[in-house]
Design a protein around this ligand. Structure first.
Ligand code: UDP
Length: 328
């Protein structure tokens, strides 16, 4: 049996990855504590409810399945929460990952694709950002991910650990034909919140317009969840055929300000969207845009769905579907 462990498989990105792996003949085993993920989104393989911080839960998991490898997504990922409560970020993200990797070594599971983040870069010195750009995270979330990256890199030097570390930029979009999309509680991300405000006719709050960018609002690089999923599959298959040990950016390679996203939201929804500028959110860098040459070179991957209008339009389709579902 081709079992692949997907930590965080009940989440927005994880559930899409499980579907993709299932379609390719793998059996994705979701390991999730369901604190942020949804049971309903685990449809393509078994769900094992447990905690990465529990050595015992992991022991039982690794005894039950003979994993080909691990896709490690489970983490807390809210930047401002991490600023206000760093302790849970170091505990869940760093200690949880340490436990997982120790179990991989113990059970001789060699391949890992790790979900990291552009937040490891902090405020970029140059843009677009390539992988050897200095890493100076400006929030505990980014720092927790960078710590795990270092752990993986160091372990791989003395154990047979073969890895791909994917540094995600801003993920959005949906696979609405398979009823998969963002359903965070609370929602904190720009695109779903702007769609919600347009639909509900409420005021969308922009966190600061005095950043060092063209219109003063932050610039981000948006990648469609379908493109992100494909990168995981390609990375995993590469790990199974060769030694990789690479850190790879995953983004669309283009940057958009918050105002530009709002303009597209209005266009796609055909609704008005009122905005108000409030003070900056803690921990937000001015600009994060990826250089994606590495993913092209190593994985022969190019984004297919990450045109920003396609990302927003797929998020909108999902929003309308999920809204109806949650109201019925
Ligand atoms: N943002 C905003 N209002 C919101 C949510 C987000 O102005 O209600 C801004 C946020 O400050 C950042 C950008 O939108 O500049 C993207 O934020 P998001 O939370 O989607 O992703 P992040 O870049 O923090 O991972």
């Amino acid at each position: 049996m081709k079992y692949v462990l997907v930590t965080g498989g009940a989440g927005y990105i994880g559930s899409y990855i499980c579907k993709l792996f299932y379609d390719k003949g793998y059996i994705p085993v979701t390991f999730d504590n369901l604190s942020l993920g949804n049971k309903w989104s685990v449809k393509w393989g078994p769900l094992e409810v447990g905690e990465l911080c529990s050595e015992n839960d992991l022991q039982k998991l690794f005894e039950k399945y003979n994993f080909m490898g691990v896709i490690h997504l489970a983490a807390l990922s809210n930047v401002s929460e991490s600023v206000n409560n760093p302790s849970i970020y170091y505990k869940n993200n760093v200690i949880g990952s340490y436990n997982l990797i120790e179990k991989m070594i113990k059970f001789n599971v060699k391949n890992i694709v790790f979900s990291s983040t552009a937040a490891v870069y902090g405020n970029p010195i140059h843009s677009p950002i390539c992988e050897n750009h200095p890493t100076q995270p400006i929030n505990p979330y980014g720092d927790s991910k960078l710590t795990i990256e270092k752990l993986i890199c160091n372990y791989s030097k003395c154990h047979e650990l073969n890895f791909v570390i994917l540094r995600y930029f801003n993920v959005s979009g949906s696979d609405f034909s398979n009823n998969l999309g963002e359903a965070h509680l609370p929602e904190t991300h720009l695109i779903p919140l702007a769609l919600e405000a347009a639909h509900q006719n409420t005021i969308f709050k922009i966190y600061g317009d005095n950043y060092q960018t063209t219109d003063g609002t932050c610039i981000r690089d948006y990648i469609h969840v379908k493109d992100l999923g494909n990168v995981h599959l390609l990375s995993f298959e590469k790990l199974n055929s060769s030694k990789v040990n690479q850190i790879i950016n995953v983004g669309g390679g283009k940057g958009y300000t918050v105002y530009e996203i709002i303009k597209y939201v209005k266009k796609i929804t055909n609704l008005d969207l009122k905005t108000d500028v409030i003070k900056r959110r803690k921990g937000d860098p001015d600009i994060l845009v990826s250089d994606i040459s590495m993913s092209k070179n190593i994985l022969s991957w190019e984004p297919e769905y990450s045109d920003v209008e396609q990302v927003i339009s797929d998020s909108w389709e999902w929003y309308k579907y999920y809204k109806t579902l949650s109201q019925s």
